[in-house]
Design a protein around this ligand. Structure first.
Ligand code: NDP
Length: 452
């Protein structure tokens, strides 16, 4: 049977673009790709990239305060959001173009339209035309989820933050995960008055508890009104502002209410179930270790599969799919010991097991230190850095590393290599310190603070 393409990819985000490009350029496959919005997906257009640029923008306020403490004569002034947004928009256009050009250079045929599944080997484009392919890759990502409650129509999500015409004066952020915490810090840094509600007892559920407490403390110290165990009951529009009634009796008025309460896989309306592709209860596409769905010709990668929802993981899944299907080299994407960062201020870098997870598995030693780092301490700030290693008492292997510090994302990438290689605590200790740095504490911690 002959097909129009060897591969048709639905979705032009991190996973889909990588798979399409590699299949075409490295395996010589004929590839079509459909994207209904902008090339680059969540990461480039409304996620990691614009978020990180906003992180950079937001850090200058405290950097300028520190500069004054170091003897510079600087005045802080106010942040010009429209000027920043214009630059941000131009940068995203530039990046989108690079993605598009790279796909074209690799020989991928791009369709700027929505595509759905017609059957196991056919996609239907929005204009009704169909394309057949030996393999189809679903890489449609996810979208923000907002719970249903009275007034939920007045809320915004992280998607809309990048489209603000002007920064709000007061914002309520709901949620305690990555996005809520990152935007609370960003907007606080940009001079917005930030209140954050989280329904549970501590933000960043699932991460190391000590680190969670440390970050929550730092966020409060920086001026964020973080309220735990708090749920929004209803929102009403009062003139052009939003009145929020909550369970803690703290009713207040905000300019915007941002919900960052998780993300939902983009699997509806794609014809997946009709084609026989099995979905999980939350709508995620069910895949095996090779990203193959219940229909053998259809694979899925990235957030639509709801495994580890991070860009670099989606990219690895896309690359492993190409190895498996187009290069005769069955490859499972490795979802173990994935380092990650939450871009709060201070940043949080983490890899491996939390203290709580490790303790449940066997005897451990915990090495931890919290200290005022040289740079900000000199400037008179009280900020404290947290460095923590979880060590298996039997094998001596470092099972987890958790860092709360400026540039923790950079540090954890490197610590992640050692931990992925199975480094022991003694290997860390044999490594000579780089002095004076914050990270040197990782190799100089002598005695465990606790064993369990
Ligand atoms: P998360 O799953 O990280 O957090 C969702 C938060 O919303 C949790 O605190 C959750 O509470 C809370 N929540 C869920 N439902 C409700 C509800 N009905 N009412 C009130 N609160 C609710 O999702 P995010 O949206 O923050 O991020 C999505 C994913 O995107 C992340 O998991 C991550 O994979 C990825 N991401 C990664 C980033 C990075 O690498 N730096 C940055 C941004 C996103 P509870 O804990 O109680 O369930």
């Amino acid at each position: 049977m002959s097909f129009d393409y060897d591969l048709f990819v639905i979705g032009g985000g991190s996973g889909g673009v990588r798979a399409a490009r590699l299949a075409a350029s490295e395996a010589g496959a004929s590839v079509g790709l459909a994207e209904e919005y902008r090339m680059g997906g969540t990461c480039v257009i409304r996620g990691c990239v614009p978020k990180k640029l906003m992180v950079f923008a937001s850090e200058f306020r405290s950097a300028m305060q520190d500069a004054r403490a170091y003897g510079w004569e600087v005045t802080t002034g106010t942040f010009d959001w429209p000027a920043f947004r214009a630059k941000l928009d131009a940068e995203l256009d530039r990046l989108e173009n690079i993605y598009r050009t790279n796909l074209q250079k690799a020989g991928v045929e791009i369709f700027d339209t929505r595509a759905t599944l017609a059957d196991a080997h056919t996609v239907r484009l929005a204009d009704g035309t169909t394309k057949t392919a030996r393999h189809i890759l679903i890489a449609t990502g996810g979208r923000p989820y907002v719970p249903d409650f009275p007034g939920c129509e007045h809320t915004i999500t992280s998607n809309e933050v990048f489209q603000f015409e002007a920064l709000p004066k007061r914002i309520l952020i709901v949620g305690g995960g990555y996005i809520a915490c990152e935007f609370a810090c960003i907007l606080n840094g940009l001079g917005v008055e930030v209140t954050q509600y989280y329904r549970g007892a501590q933000i960043l559920r699932g991460f190391d508890e000590e680190a969670r407490g440390h970050i929550a403390g730092a966020m409060r110290d920086s001026g964020i009104d973080l309220r735990l165990g708090t749920i929004v009951q209803r929102i009403e529009k009062v003139e052009d502002r939003l009145w929020v009634k909550s369970t803690d009796g703290h009713d207040a008025v905000y300019d915007q209410v941002l919900y960052a309460t998780g993300r939902t896989p983009n699997s509806d309306g794609l014809g997946l179930a009709e084609a026989g592709v099995r979905l999980k209860d939350n709508g995620a596409v069910e895949v095996d270790a090779y990203s193959q769905t219940s229909v053998p010709s259809i694979f899925a990668v990235g957030d639509v599969t709801d495994r580890i929802n991070l860009t670099p993981v989606a990219i690895r899944e896309g690359a492993a799919f190409v190895e498996t299907v187009f290069k005769g080299n069955p490859t499972r994407p490795d979802h173990t010991l994935v380092p990650g960062a939450v871009f709060t201020q201070p940043e949080f870098g983490t890899v491996g097991l939390t203290e709580e997870e490790a303790r449940a598995l066997g005897p451990i030693e915990v090495y931890a230190t919290a200290f005022r780092p040289m740079q900000t301490s000199f400037a008179g700030r009280e900020d404290r850095v947290l460095m923590k290693l979880i060590v298996c008492a039997d094998t001596r292997k470092v099972l987890g590393c958790h860092i709360v510090a400026d540039h923790a994302g950079e540090m954890i990438q490197l610590a992640g290599i050692a931990i992925k290689m199975g480094a022991t605590k003694e290997a860390f200790a044999r490594t000579v310190a780089v002095h004076p740095t914050m990270a040197e504490e990782l190799v100089t911690m002598k005695a465990p603070v606790r064993t369990a």
